[in-house]
Design a protein around this ligand. Structure first.
Ligand code: EPU
Length: 302
């Protein structure tokens, strides 16, 4: 989808939107898969309601991209433009135990920045790729913690209200890899309340989580993390492994040899390959265990 109409282009320029034509989503996603479209980079949160109105006026569908680390995007020319927040400077402002963080901030850098200021709690998230906004929307978690536990306030564009709003932490429900945000809501900024801990102690926790992750996950390869959610009381990775499916592939899309719930792009996998692999594995697990695995990865397919 191209944002080419001269009136649209003028409107975008007036809103300070940086247009990057013909961007390949394979360059913006950790899976390295995805077709081409125009990327609109937002420099001011306040421009979002007008931007959405402008796009709708010109019948341009859009999707909002975070860090692209939990996302499988379809192939070819994509039928929507992509909106993404540009990173502000600074991305994080600390105030006592509160960290005010822009949604575009890198999650790992946020964890280490807070740690250096003796604010802990998020050690488990070290090594989870992506932005703070993406982690917030999905309620990212690992090693017994989830980001939702620390959220005190969220600034977001509420698609249903067509305006920017501030929600208190207790107005949002955070469940396992699920939140009460609307599907089209855009995370803009968050205030986290983090426990005080000495840097050295946080560093120790970070090292342990890093080591666990390194020993069990295919970190150097292109992936979107876990493909399926864990069913209640079970592990998707263990079930896939028990069926002997590590290494199973469709084209260059492959079940990781290291962790069976990670599917990697071992070369030039297409979305079609990856979707076929997901469907094949889901079918085999359902036949063997009677459990229909639900996607953890977000799929944007035309
Ligand atoms: N297991 C196997 N074979 C495998 C993979 C796992 O037997 O190929 C076994 C492990 O030995 C372990 C159990 O399955 O006994 C659980 O495995 P693991 O500790 O790796 O955790 P997981 O449930 O597979 C979850 C999250 C990860 C997160 C880790 C660590 C989900 C879907 N996955 O994985 O999150 O990093 O715990 O806390 O909830 C993600 O969200 O993308 C993600 C990778």
């Amino acid at each position: 989808m191209r944002a080419e109409h001269p009136k649209l282009a003028a409107g975008l320029a007036a809103l300070g939107i940086d247009v990057r034509s013909g961007t390949s989503l394979s360059e913006l996603t950790s899976l390295g898969i995805g077709g081409t479209t125009d990327l609109l980079r937002i420099t001011k949160h306040d421009s979002i309601p007008d931007l959405i109105e402008l796009l709708e006026h010109h019948n341009i569908p859009y999707k909002f991209l975070g860090g692209g680390s939990n996302l499988l995007v379809g192939d070819g020319e994509l039928p929507w433009v992509i909106l993404q927040l540009a990173k502000p400077d600074p991305e994080i402002v600390l105030e006592g135990n509160f960290a005010h963080v822009d949604a575009a901030a890198d999650l790992g850098r946020t964890v280490t920045f807070c740690a250096k200021h003796d604010l802990g709690g998020m050690e488990g998230l070290i090594g989870v790729p992506g932005t703070v906004g993406g982690a917030l929307r999905m309620n990212a978690g690992a090693y017994g913690m989830q980001i939702g536990s620390y959220v005190r306030e969220v600034k977001l564009y509420r698609a249903a209200e067509r305006k920017i709003e501030i929600l208190k932490g207790n107005q949002i429900s955070f469940e396992y890899r699920h939140t009460s945000f609307g599907p089209d809501d855009m995370m803009l900024a968050v205030t986290l309340e983090l426990p005080s801990k000495p840097f050295k102690e946080i560093l120790q926790g970070i090292r342990i989580c890093n080591e666990k992750r390194r020993s069990s996950q295919p970190l150097g390869q292109k992936s979107a993390g876990c493909i399926f959610k864990n069913p209640l009381g079970a592990s998707a990775g263990r079930m896939i492994d028990e069926l002997g499916l590590k290494g199973l592939s469709v084209g260059d899309a492959k079940v990781s040899d290291r962790h069976a719930n990670f599917f990697v792009n071992a070369g030039h996998a297409s979305a079609k390959d990856m979707l076929a692999l997901i469907s094949d594995v889901r079918g085999r697990v359902e036949n063997a265990f009677g459990v229909k695995l639900e996607n953890e990865v977000v799929v944007w397919n035309a």
